[in-house]
Design a binder for this molecule. Structure first.
Ligand SMILES: NC(=O)C1=CN([C@@H]2O[C@H](COP(=O)(O)OP(=O)(O)OC[C@H]3O[C@@H](n4cnc5c(N)ncnc54)[C@H](OP(=O)(O)O)[C@@H]3O)[C@@H](O)[C@H]2O)C=CC1
Ligand SMILES: CCCCCCCCCCCCCCCC(=O)[C@@H](N)CO
Length: 324
């Protein structure tokens, strides 16, 4: 009897406890806090949607904010609306992220960056078979190459900052950058690409006290989504609805908290949290508690993931059957 009790206690209590202690000792990189107050936060795509909401929040938290986008009028409008709601002035830069020289010029004019938020993004969903290659290239160029341009341009200044405080490079991905979704062949490819970039980059810049965050929003109510909805395949909407929709400001809040706490994977809603745990793979994890949850939940979330695939392939089958 006593033996059985002992075996029970060691299984239920000691095993998880030793796993916790083990994870506490080994998780790398170590946890970090990235302050934004009084620091220079540079946000691309800051004239609309999630980027605009982020600029507003960063300004309210006392950051010096710069925003970059292409359209001058939209930038001025954003500057005006941020001044109206917060009383604070942000600096605006007009450039296309596809043009490295223009990006470099804007970054130099703006001055050394503490928190770089690569948020610009374009999304034109369509079946690959009917989508033109110029649209495929457009998404890869703006979402993936544009982010390379920004980081290449900002890194020298970020590395030579003098305040010794932790700095951050935050990259706006999407839940469609964690799982492939119908209609998003090019978009998902551009966003999955950002993950590989972010994982490799974190190893490269850790010695410079620069911390990478990858943000994974679900559908978010923005001017971009309104445009997207005009031509979204029905199946894209059905599958994306598995994760519901958020308001831009809610996503901005999650994103800013993730950046400030140095979190590598930043999910934005409950489904996103499950998705991040299910797709953790070999990504860095700073929190030993989250690492513990990842280890314990891995197999059951694989089952949940397979159930989602069952449901999605069911919708696809039904849609084809109706078409006939
Ligand atoms: N809304 C959603 O459902 C979701 C969005 N995301 C991601 O969040 C990010 C922001 O999305 P959202 O707020 O909806 O987008 P919006 O379309 O509302 O805004 C996009 C912003 O990016 C700027 N931008 C676009 N192309 C370029 C370019 N070539 N160079 C510089 N700036 C550019 C736009 O300004 P301008 O056109 O003047 O250049 C604008 O400021 C994107 O990366 C998107 O992929 C992720 C998941 C869901
Ligand atoms: C194992 C547990 C799984 C949990 C649920 C998974 C649900 C996945 C849904 C993915 C939705 C993707 C929306 C992309 C939105 C976007 O990026 C566009 N609007 C363009 O901006």
């Amino acid at each position: 009897m006593a033996d059985a009790n002992l075996a029970f206690v060691s299984l239920i209590v000691l095993l998880p406890l030793s796993l916790l202690v083990f994870l506490f000792l080994i998780v790398r990189p170590r946890p970090v806090k990235v302050p934004v107050k009084g620091r220079h936060v540079f946000i691309t795509g800051g004239s609309s949607g999630i980027g605009l909401a982020l600029a507003q929040r960063a300004a309210l938290e006392g950051a010096r904010v710069s925003i970059l986008a292409r359209n001058r009028d939209k930038l001025d409008e954003a500057k005006h609306s941020i001044r109206l709601s917060t009383g604070i002035d942000v600096a605006v830069f007009s450039a296309d992220v596809r043009n490295f020289d223009a990006v470099e010029k804007a970054v130099q004019e703006a001055g050394p960056i503490d928190v770089l938020v690569c948020n610009q993004g374009v999304f034109v969903p369509q079946e690959l078979e009917s989508q033109g290659l110029e649209e495929v290239k457009f998404m890869i160029d703006v979402n993936l190459m544009g982010t390379f341009h920004l980081i290449k341009a900002a890194l020298p200044g970020m590395k030579s900052r003098t305040d010794c405080e932790p700095a951050s490079i935050a990259i706006m991905s999407s839940q469609a950058g964690q799982v492939g979704i119908y209609g998003y062949t090019a978009y998902s490819a551009s966003k999955f690409g950002l993950r590989g970039m972010a994982e490799a980059l974190q190893q490269e810049v850790i010695a410079d006290n620069i911390h990478v965050s990858l943000i994974f929003p679900p559908d978010t109510e923005t001017p971009g989504l309104v445009e997207e909805n005009k031509r979204r395949p029905q199946l894209t909407s059905i599958i994306a609805a598995s994760s519901g929709a958020m308001k831009a400001d809610e996503v901005a809040k999650k994103a800013l908290n993730g950046i400030k706490s140095g979190t590598f994977f930043v999910p934005c809603n409950f489904e996103g949290l499950l998705l991040s745990i299910a797709t953790a793979g070999l990504s860095p994890q700073r929190s030993f508690l989250m690492a513990f949850v990842e280890v314990i939940a891995a197999s059951i979330l694989r089952v949940a993931g397979l159930c989602f695939q069952w449901n999605w392939y069911g919708s696809i089958e039904k849609w084809h059957a109706q078409k006939k």
